[in-house]
Design a protein. Structure first.
Length: 490
């Protein structure tokens, strides 16, 4: 994984990372609030040697004092020192417990003892530290044998009296919160990376790159109104979604498909990825460029093209394939004068066998002679074999990949089915893309007061009834270009 991959993961899962980090901070803050505070008071004792007259005696005495410091450090935590302190202060504890609250250190090459006493209150910590210091001085004096002249060769002196601490030693609230913040960030980032690695869903082009080398020739942004207004060039011709289909049209034109040899099958791995809306929008954008386009609804199991384009669904592809009508008799015009539609017709009991007949190949050849481009809406690849059959006789196949719908194993299996029949895959179209999951850049352009966007009007859609009449539908916005269309699409 590259740095950009980590940044993408952080941007994608920032909510969970933030939540886990806040939980870490909250837990450590609550722990610090509930922890009973303790206070530490410090005192120091200096060990010196008396009755030295020469420099040599002084050096020897200093060495002797340093060696004695280690012994006195152990003495400080024994009952001989601590029990008198307990008795003097009336403490409800034992020498062993008090020793646990006492820390004695002897700095290297020094003759000092540093003692730290932990107490429940600042006053008690200072009181106990003072008492231990005095008792240790008395104990050292008692344990040191007198010299020939009756003087003690080792003298202990308190050089730093115990002070009342002004702040608690524990808990260290800010330190704990900083630690909780760091741990929360690490855990949050770790779970985000793990989720991304284990997640099989396809969200962006990076996920597709893990599956195949087939290029992504277009990305269509997510639009919550796509179901209500599938034909985006009519409902909002200046939207990012409309521009995405125009970009796809341009890419298809540069794939080496000449006019009259542009029979393109549009399919997907599983249902719900947006293949039908892609088929009609690609056809609409090609027609907007001045080419004649025919949309064939070859999804004989769940046909939807006729509904989207307000065509009559009772006659169409199956009518021609079974020999009940000629192609020209069942082709229906749409609101765009350059785009026609061949509906599915009656749903047959054997769609795959019907599409595999030589009549279907002959139908596509005849349609390619009449139109510059033929767009064939086919069923998904994995549930049925219809799209695989159609891909063999078409000039190319466009595979739609729905972000958040398809999974990597499903896309891999679908492409493998196309490879088995040597179908020409033109590319992949990634639909329903959220901006945070895309590695591409998006730009916005503000329309001026004289632009088509500013001249939008509201017109009423018309729904064709079975009897051939039209009834008014809901209002929606469209640009000036749609004002000339006789039958706007819902």
């Amino acid at each position: 994984m590259e740095l950009t991959d980590y940044l993408r993961i952080l941007r994608k899962y920032w909510r969970s990372i933030t939540a886990i980090t806040l939980v870490g901070v909250l837990v450590t803050a609550v722990f610090s609030m509930l922890t009973k505070p303790t206070y530490t008071s410090n005192t120091s004792i200096f060990i010196s040697v008396s009755s030295v007259s020469t420099v040599g005696d002084l050096n020897s005495g200093s060495t002797y004092a340093e060696s004695q410091v280690q012994s006195f450090a152990k003495v400080a935590k024994t009952d001989i020192v601590l029990q008198p302190v307990i008795d003097e202060l009336g403490l409800q504890t034992t020498p062993t417990s008090l020793a646990d609250d006492l820390t004695v250190t002897a700095p290297t090459k020094t003759a000092t003892l540093d003692m730290a006493v932990v107490g429940d209150t600042p006053e008690s910590a200072a009181q106990i530290a003072t008492a231990i210091g005095k008792q240790l001085v008395a104990t050292i004096d008692a344990l040191t044998p007198p010299g020939a002249d009756g003087t003690k060769p080792v003298v202990a002196t308190i050089i730093r009296p115990a002070q009342i601490p002004t702040s608690p030693t524990t808990p260290k609230t800010m330190q704990n919160i900083a630690l909780g913040l760091l741990l929360g960030l690490l855990i949050g980032a770790g779970q985000a990376i793990l989720r991304d690695m284990l997640n099989q869903s396809i969200r962006g082009d990076r996920d597709i790159e893990r599956v195949t080398d087939v290029p992504v020739i277009g990305q269509v942004p997510n639009d919550d109104n796509a179901a209500a207004y599938p034909l985006i060039l009519n409902s909002d011709p200046h939207s990012a979604r409309a521009e995405a289909y125009r970009s796809l049209r341009t890419n298809l034109q540069f794939l080496g498909l000449d006019k009259g040899k542009r029979a393109v099958v549009v399919t997907s791995s599983v249902p719900g990825e947006g293949k039908t809306t892609t088929a009609i929008n690609v056809a609409s954008t090609i027609a907007a460029a001045g080419e004649r386009v025919l949309v064939i609804d070859a999804d004989l199991r769940r046909p939807a093209v006729a509904k989207y384009l307000h065509a009559e669904p009772s006659v169409g592809l199956t009518t021609v394939l079974i020999g009940e009508a000629e192609l020209g008799e069942v082709i229906q015009p749409t609101s765009d004068s350059l785009m026609d539609v061949l509906a599915s017709g009656p749903v047959p009991p054997n769609p795959a066998e019907l599409l595999g007949l030589p009549h279907m190949q002959q139908l596509i050849e005849n349609a390619s002679k009449r139109y510059d481009t033929v767009i064939v809406d086919a069923p998904p690849l994995l549930p049925v074999t219809d799209a695989t059959v159609l891909s063999r006789i078409a000039d190319g196949t466009l595979v739609v990949v729905g972000a958040g719908v398809a999974k990597r194993p499903e896309l891999d299996a679908a492409l493998e089915k196309l490879d088995m029949v040597d179908a020409r895959i033109l590319g992949l179209l990634l639909t329903r893309v959220n901006q945070r999951d895309s590695s591409t850049y998006t730009y916005e352009y503000t329309y001026g007061p004289d632009s088509p966007k500013a001249g939008q009007t509201k017109i009423k859609t018309r729904t064709k009834n079975p009897g051939g009449t039209y009834s008014s539908g809901a209002e929606h916005k469209t640009g000036r270009r749609a004002e000339r269309e006789a039958q706007p699409v819902q």
